[in-house]
Ligand binder design. Structure first.
Ligand SMILES: NC(=O)C1=CN([C@@H]2O[C@H](COP(=O)(O)OP(=O)(O)OC[C@H]3O[C@@H](n4cnc5c(N)ncnc54)[C@H](OP(=O)(O)O)[C@@H]3O)[C@@H](O)[C@H]2O)C=CC1
Ligand SMILES: CC(=O)[C@H](N)C(=O)O
Length: 263
């Protein structure tokens, strides 16, 4: 397929597999030239070759460990110097298991990838978007952001951060042509579990959707102007109820008085 109507540059992190690779496919199909980023150079090059052939768009690769500050700076610098149209902050990892079974260094690396990289790259992208008056930022959250778990203390915490961070910057840029979205996947059939030495069977088979389904739904949510997209939530009222409960909570804790049960 040839794309004569070429669009602005899209950067996708974590594009060497799973959800990121599908984002790369869909954005290339829309005519965006790509910069795809991850650690595994061979995988990135393989995908770049396929996408160039399939969609006749330019696809560059950058092999970086985004948990590493100097690698992260390389991408931040690129975001500041190049006119980027779309950033998909997709690279992420789980580090699943009890906190007691991991090391502080591994935990820090997870926080660097899931929080620091997402924050610094979002900030760099938004600086450019602000200057150009437009752009799209997509951050990958997770349903586990709302589900504290003894087997995912750091992962769950980092994804809660991603949700609150993304929603807050969406408020900051409300009324502009800058689109900001956080995507909330449930279990998706990718290398997410196997890359941590875990089996996919942590969830029953029918809990999973494919990465194709996830990304197509997320892009549909983006086109519909959503800030938070819950691809597997059939009934939007569930989200409205959560939002209403959150508002009720905020009103209740803003009483200006200590609750009688603590006096
Ligand atoms: N699959 C699921 O069930 C769910 C996934 N998500 C989120 O979706 C996102 C994508 O995950 P998914 O596609 O499922 O999993 P994959 O394991 O298939 O993909 C993760 C991607 O992130 C990259 N990555 C991991 N660590 C680093 C690093 N230090 N530096 C740069 N890139 C890195 C990997 O590439 P490489 O190893 O080559 O560096 C890979 O491309 C993540 O943010 C995840 O938290 C959210 C909810 C559910
Ligand atoms: C619960 C999971 O591990 C899932 N990958 C998610 O991020 O929600």
């Amino acid at each position: 397929m040839t794309n004569s109507n070429q669009k602005g540059l899209a950067i996708i992190t974590g594009a060497s597999s799973g959800i990121g690779a599908i984002y790369a496919d869909r954005l290339a199909a829309q005519g965006h030239p790509l910069l795809i980023v991850a650690r595994r150079k061979d995988r990135l090059q393989q995908l770049a070759t396929q996408l160039k052939k399939r969609y006749t768009v330019n696809v560059e690769t950058l092999s970086l460990d985004l948990a590493n500050p100097s690698d992260l700076l390389t991408l931040e610098t690129k975001l500041k110097s190049d006119p980027v149209d779309i950033l998909v902050n997709n690279a992420g990892s789980g580090g699943l298991g009890p906190l007691s079974s991991t090391t502080a260094d591994k935990t820090e690396a997870l926080v660097r990838l899931n929080i620091i990289a997402v924050t610094r790259l979002s900030q760099a992208a938004l600086d450019g978007f602000r200057d150009r008056g437009k752009g799209t930022l997509i951050n990958l959250g997770s349903i586990i952001a709302f589900w504290p778990s003894a087997a995912a203390a750091v992962y769950s915490g980092t994804k809660s951060y991603v949700v609150n961070f993304t929603r807050s910057i969406a408020m900051e840029f409300e009324g502009t042509d800058i689109r900001i979205q956080v995507v909330m996947p449930g279990p998706v059939r990718t290398e997410f579990f196997s890359s941590q030495g875990m089996s996919d069977s942590v969830f029953p088979d029918d809990y999973y959707i494919t990465a194709d389904e996830l990304v197509d739904a997320a892009l549909s949510g983006l086109e519909q102007g959503e800030i938070v997209t819950n691809p597997t939530m059939a009934e939007p009222k569930v989200w409205e109820d959560m939002e209403n409960t959150r508002t009720t909570y905020f009103a209740a804790v803003s009483s200006g008085k200590v609750a009688p049960r603590y006096l």
